[in-house]
Write a protein that binds this ligand. Structure first.
Ligand code: PLP
Length: 342
């Protein structure tokens, strides 16, 4: 099942001194793009093959994955549910949650990640098929093996030189895992650096490497163990996480301003600001001649998704859902200092 439009373009950022290229996976789809589009293709296809009518997934209140699942799941004729956990508040997160609810997402708020398994089990008992967090099943991750093939073809076609490093966000891990397995299988020497944006980093790292090996095994099965390229490898950059998942950082804010100025792209504080900050570090520290930043955030306009008749205003939202977007301590401090409070 193909949902997105491929190949996505690669863009050279000429105004920065060293070589920086951007893989524009923000452009995978006109209504809602980003990296979840590729991952949902095999996931939704499997759900339909198995005869599912309803799926349930899980994510933070402002999860891109939950919104993408709500939209594309519904397009595939499925009812979509999600168990949602709290995250620090941002204008972007509020929009994502509103848009999902406007699409008819049935949301089940819980107080923390530890409450997720029980909530998911309850939905599964009522017949919903579970889609893992971030769409990072092995099948979902395999979509990024195909994306790596797409990039290898662009390298062979002369659209960009073979990158020394490919810098990509590491959230639930499927994107980086599939890229690492796929680029190795294609025989590219490109080193994949996953920039850790979620917690705890050790678990995120282990999960991503497990997924990478699972993808490598599936590639091996597909080609009967022949022609496997080199062994896959995934490096993790843990320096840009800051206070944690979805907490903004200064380096991220600076990267956001530079991305707008030099590349004309918008970043989000949770994933892409921190990842682009890492890519800029590789460029500035001259740790690599040719850096590819893999852009994973949708650049489709949000307005159409927020204008639907069913899209609630924040005030009209169920208070339990609104409460998922909490004011994080650094934000509270900042607001207090802006208003002259203490
Ligand atoms: C989900 C997401 C990621 C993380 O991808 P994973 O495969 O979960 O690691 C990165 N960037 C954006 C914008 C996302 O929405």
């Amino acid at each position: 099942m193909t949902i997105g439009r491929y190949p996505t373009p690669v863009q050279r950022v000429a105004s920065l001194p060293a070589g920086l290229w951007i893989k524009r996976d923000d452009r995978t789809h006109d209504v809602y793009g980003g990296n979840k589009v590729r991952k949902l293709e095999p996931i939704l296809a499997e759900a339909r093959e198995r005869g599912a009518r309803r799926i349930v997934t899980v994510g933070a209140a402002g999860s891109h994955h939950v919104l993408a699942t709500a939209y594309f799941g519904q397009q595939a004729g499925l009812e979509v549910e999600a168990v949602l956990v709290p995250q620090p508040r941002s204008a972007h997160a509020v929009q994502i949650l509103r848009a999902g609810l406007g699409l008819g997402l049935r949301a089940f708020p819980v107080r923390s990640w530890s409450a997720v398994p029980v909530a998911l089990a309850a939905r599964r008992a009522r017949g919903a098929r579970v889609v893992p967090v971030g769409g990072s099943s092995v099948s979902g991750s395999m979509a990024y093996v195909d994306a790596a093939r797409e990039l290898a073809a662009q390298v062979r076609g002369g659209e960009l030189p073979e990158p020394d490093v490919c810098v990509v966000a590491l959230g639930s891990g499927g994107t980086a895992a599939g890229l690492a397995a796929g680029l190795a299988a294609e025989g590219l020497a490109t080193r994949v650096v996953g920039v850790c944006v979620s917690e705890p980093p050790w678990l995120v790292t282990r999960a991503a490497r497990w997924l990478m090996r699972a993808c490598a095994r599936r590639i091996g099965d597909r080609c009967h163990g022949n022609d496997l390229g080199r062994p896959p490898r995934l490096d993790v950059d843990g320096r840009f996480l800051g206070d944690g998942y979805a907490y903004p950082t200064e380096a991220g804010d600076e990267a956001t301003a530079l991305a707008r100025e030099h590349a004309g792209i918008d970043l989000d504080p949770t994933y892409t600001a921190k990842t682009f900050a890492s890519a800029l570090w590789f460029v500035r520290a001259r740790r690599a001649e040719r850096v590819l930043y893999w852009h994973t955030l949708s650049s489709a306009p949000m307005e159409p998704l927020l204008e639907g008749a069913r899209c609630p205003t924040e005030e009209a939202m169920d208070p339990a859902l609104r409460a998922l977007l909490f004011l994080a301590p650094p934000v509270v401090t900042k607001l207090a200092s802006q208003t002259g409070g203490s």
